[in-house]
Structures are given as structure tokens and as C-alpha cells.
Design a protein around this ligand. Structure first.
Ligand code: CAA
Length: 240
């Protein structure tokens, strides 16, 4: 049996590619989703990857969901905190609700995902944490004060966890994807998206698999001395 890997938001978009890549790499994968039962069922039918439904923004749901995964599959040794949402609006139009929903899911959700597995990783002396941040956490983005704040926060989380976990065999790293061809990016108005693509020297959006391969590396034993790092995968759009 391979190591158990948990991927939040693991049935769609970048998360779907990550779940599949980890399964292909021999991991036992548990993919979480928040709401789309139909898509989750289709995902399990197509991949054989087990899915779990909980809201990452709720600590108790995360804790009990993770306990269920561990009862079913064994201790979680790899955590990929990928679940995230956007509620884009220029700051003068952004509502407190748009702010709070993004903070709750993208930032508190990362805490809620890692915190319940951390003690077990410390006890066993091994763990791999990968947080999916964003280019927009590095550079900021018009219309994304809320999202950029959470994605910058992710970098603070991994850099701090790296220092706490290093002596216990745990690594915590972040990946900052640029604009990747997923539903989230396709939801950006076409005219805006065209302007964004024009700013990517690679001349195209990234593919979910290009992020998944970074995760596979960071989850593996090969990355053992990489801790608190940030991998930018953005087609040369931005250099942190
Ligand atoms: N830079 C500078 N000015 C901009 C701008 C930009 N990127 N976008 C809009 N503006 C300007 C407009 O030209 C307009 O100016 P005027 O009032 O002088 O005409 C003003 O801002 C207001 O524009 P809108 O009326 O279009 O504002 P809106 O409320 O309808 O929409 C928006 C604004 C929702 C932020 C829209 O511009 C948008 O969706 N932008 C894309 C944001 C983005 O990149 N999101 C990333 C999503 S993908 C993702 O998040 C994944 C990842 O990690 C990369």
C-alpha cells in the first residue's frame, strides 16, 4: 500500500489533476469536495479515487472528515491544501461577505486542513504538506484584494510550518500557479482573460498537469531537503 494523500478540492480543476497524478504515483488518494456531488461521483467512476464531502472552512467538519479518511485508509502522510474560491471585485465594490467567504475557505481552510493531521505527522516523524497558493498572492491582482491576501498568507503558513516541522521530518512548501486553464480562470470575462494571456511570456495558459507534476515532486522523498519553499509555475509571467 502506498502513502495516504489528502487533496482538498481534489475532484475538479487543478485538484483533479493532482489527485490523478498522486494516484498514478502509487499513493492512496482521498479527494475532498464541497458541493458538487454529481461531478464527484463522475470523478470516482472515472478514476477509482475515493471522495469525501466537507466544507474546509469549518474546523469540526474538517476534523471529523479527516478522522474518517484515516479510519478508512490509514494515517495521512501527504496533505495537499488546494481548495480555493474567488469572489472577485474591485475593492470599492467588494462586500464584507466577499472578503469573509474567501478568507474562510482559502486561508482558514488551509489551517483547518493541516491542523488535524499535524500531530500524527510529528509523532510518526514524516509528513509532506503542499499548499496551492497563486501568482496573485505574490504580485497582487486588480479585483482580488481578498484572494491575494489569502494566497500571500499561504506563504507565511508554509514558511512557519517548515521551521516547526523540519526537525520532525515534515516539509511544508507552496506552489504558486500562474493562470491555469480551469473553470476558475475561464470564469474571468473573456476580454480580461485575453489581456492576461497577452502578459504571459509563454503565450498560453498553464495546464493543470503542469501543477500536478510539481506536487508529485514535493510529495516525494526526492524533495526531502526542500522546506518552506515556493515554486512558481507561471510561464514566466512573474518572478518573486
Ligand atoms: N487593471 C486596471 N484597471 C482595471 C482592471 C485591471 N486589471 N480591470 C478593470 N479595470 C478598470 C476598468 O477599466 C474600469 O475603469 P473605468 O471605471 O475607468 O472604466 C474599472 O476598473 C471598473 O471595471 P469594471 O466595471 O469592469 O469592474 P467590474 O466590477 O465589472 O469587474 C473585475 C472588475 C471583476 C475585477 C474584473 O476586472 C475581473 O474579473 N478581473 C480579473 C481578476 C482576475 O484576474 N481574477 C483571477 C481569477 S483566476 C484566479 O484567481 C486563479 C489564480 O490564482 C491565478
Amino acid at each position: 500500500m502506498g502513502r495516504v494523500a489528502l487533496v482538498t478540492g481534489g475532484t475538479r480543476g487543478i485538484g483533479e489533476a493532482i489527485s490523478k497524478a498522486l494516484k498514478a504515483g502509487g499513493y492512496e488518494v482521498a479527494a475532498t469536495y464541497a458541493g458538487n456531488d454529481e461531478k464527484a461521483k463522475a470523478f470516482t467512476d472515472a478514476t477509482g479515487i475515493k471522495t469525501y464531502k466537507w466544507n474546509v472552512s469549518d474546523y469540526e467538519s474538517s476534523r471529523s472528515g479527516i478522522a474518517q479518511v484515516e479510519a478508512d485508509m490509514g494515517p495521512i502522510e501527504v496533505v495537499v491544501a488546494n481548495a480555493g474560491i474567488t469572489r472577485d471585485a474591485p475593492f470599492h465594490k467588494m462586500t464584507p461577505q466577499q472578503w469573509q467567504e474567501v478568507i474562510d475557505t482559502n486561508l482558514t481552510g488551509v489551517f483547518n486542513t493541516i491542523h488535524p493531521v499535524w500531530p500524527g505527522m510529528r509523532e510518526r516523524g514524516f509528513g509532506r504538506i503542499v499548499v496551492i497558493s497563486s501568482i496573485n498572492g505574490q504580485k497582487g491582482q486588480f479585483g482580488q484584494v481578498n484572494y491575494a491576501a489569502t494566497k500571500a498568507g499561504d506563504l507565511g503558513i508554509v514558511r512557519s510550518l517548515a521551521q516547526e516541522g523540519a526537525a520532525k521530518g515534515i516539509t511544508a512548501n507552496a506552489i504558486c500557479p500562474g493562470y491555469i486553464a480551469t473553470e476558475m480562470v475561464m470564469a474571468v470575462p473573456e476580454a480580461v482573460r485575453e489581456k492576461i494571456i497577452a502578459m504571459i511570456p509563454a503565450g498560453r495558459l498553464g495546464e493543470p498537469d503542469e501543477i500536478a507534476r510539481c506536487v508529485s515532486f514535493l510529495a516525494s522523498d526526492d524533495s526531502s531537503f526542500i522546506n518552506g519553499s515556493v515554486i512558481s509555475a507561471n510561464g514566466a509571467q512573474f518572478f518573486a
